[in-house]
Write a protein that binds this ligand. Structure first.
Ligand code: ATP
Ligand code: MG
Length: 330
């Protein structure tokens, strides 16, 4: 069984697509059970802003529907996979509470995502994010978790929780494994050492799945490169061009060597133009399908509800077993 999730925060970008979603689509062909979740409760961790005034972004509903349509347009098939919204299955939050009581809080201290995302006024939710993610995975006893490289540490923490539950309560929960994607991490277009992110406030740092052809050409044109005219891969000394090469490789299904070979005698301008063309061809196709899906919002919502009923069947059974074992009256 494969489980994975994606947050309805802002706009889905090519990092999510190449690092996670495209892999999910491929996994649907393996004949295994796949469960894919729009993790809206996770998205709440980053909705509060305290500036001159206190605000809470309340757009999660429309972001959820938009992301659901994007995922289906990208190839997630609700007839092959269980596809649902996290907050429709209350067991996720319930198990998170139980997990928060079976291990010391310092288990969370070394989590790098928190260190990268924290602000002066960070919420408790952002700190306990990995616990909710562990609950998501444990609830379905997922064996494999296909996520981007940035989430690997959270999977390792989930394994620690599984071991703790199994040893304390004589449970036999499956230890989940991180399933690496062929394209594990896409970096920001202007900083080769920072990952591309939905929550990045600068839109030019990423290519969104919804970007128009013109926007894609403009963003790639303005993306950072160095003054060396040749195109070659060097992660340490040339992280930005290496990132563009990785994106080219992923969209073309060529190897890095083949890409370098092709552009040996060409300029960065040529390379960037071809790369923009390649990306926009694939993304515009998805955008067209997405538009059609969003024309029937009722059908989309209905489909997500059916997904949550299927998910709940599994989740409630597994949670009941854990509750019984830890000594609650069920
Ligand atoms: P946020 O900035 O709000 O955390 P995000 O871009 O990191 O957003 P998530 O919803 O947190 O997106 O992650 C969804 C999936 O996409 C996860 O599997 C994550 O590992 C993967 N992912 C996110 N960013 C990248 C990236 N830059 N390269 C490859 N995979 C990524
Ligand atoms: Mg993230």
């Amino acid at each position: 069984m494969y489980f994975s999730g994606i947050q309805p925060t802002g706009k889905m970008h090519i990092g999510n697509y190449l690092g996670a979603v495209r892999n999910w689509v491929k996994l649907q062909q393996t004949g295994n059970q796949n469960i894919y979740c729009i993790v809206d409760l996770h998205a709440l961790t980053d909705k509060l802003t305290i500036d001159h005034e206190i605000k809470f972004d309340q757009n999660t509903k429309s972001d959820t529907l938009s992301l659901a349509a994007t995922l289906i347009a990208s190839g997630i098939n609700p007839n092959k996979s269980i596809f649902f919204v996290q907050s429709h299955v209350p067991e996720h939050a319930e198990l998170q509470w139980i997990l928060s009581c079976v291990a010391p809080k310092n288990w969370l201290n070394k989590m790098t995502q928190y260190k990268d995302k924290k602000k002066e006024y960070s919420t408790l939710g952002l700190y306990t994010y990995p616990l909710l993610m562990a609950a998501d995975i444990i609830l379905y006893q997922a064996q494999y978790v296909p996520v981007g490289l940035d989430q690997k540490q959270h999977i390792e923490l989930t394994r620690d929780y599984v071991q703790r539950l199994n040893s304390l309560f004589k449970l036999n929960i499956v230890e989940p494994q991180y399933l690496e994607s062929t394209c594990p991490k896409i970096m920001s277009l202007r900083d080769g050492n920072k990952k591309m992110s939905k929550s990045d406030t600068i839109d030019g740092n990423r290519i969104n799945i919804d970007d128009s052809k013109e926007e894609i050409f403009e963003k790639i044109k303005r993306s950072k490169t160095d003054s060396i005219p040749q195109i070659y891969f060097d992660q340490d000394k040339r992280p930005e061009i290496s990132n563009l090469l990785r994106i080219y490789q992923a969209f073309s299904n060529m190897s890095i060597e083949q890409v370098i070979d092709k552009y040996q005698t060409k300029t960065t301008v040529d390379f960037k133009r071809d790369l923009s063309e390649l990306i926009s061809n694939e993304l515009n196709n998805i955008a067209e399908k997405k538009k059609q899906i969003l024309q029937n919002q009722n059908e989309l919502e209905q489909m997500l509800k059916i997904g949550s009923i299927k998910a709940r069947e599994i989740a409630s059974k597994n949670l009941r077993l854990i509750k019984e074992n830890i000594g609650l009256l069920v």
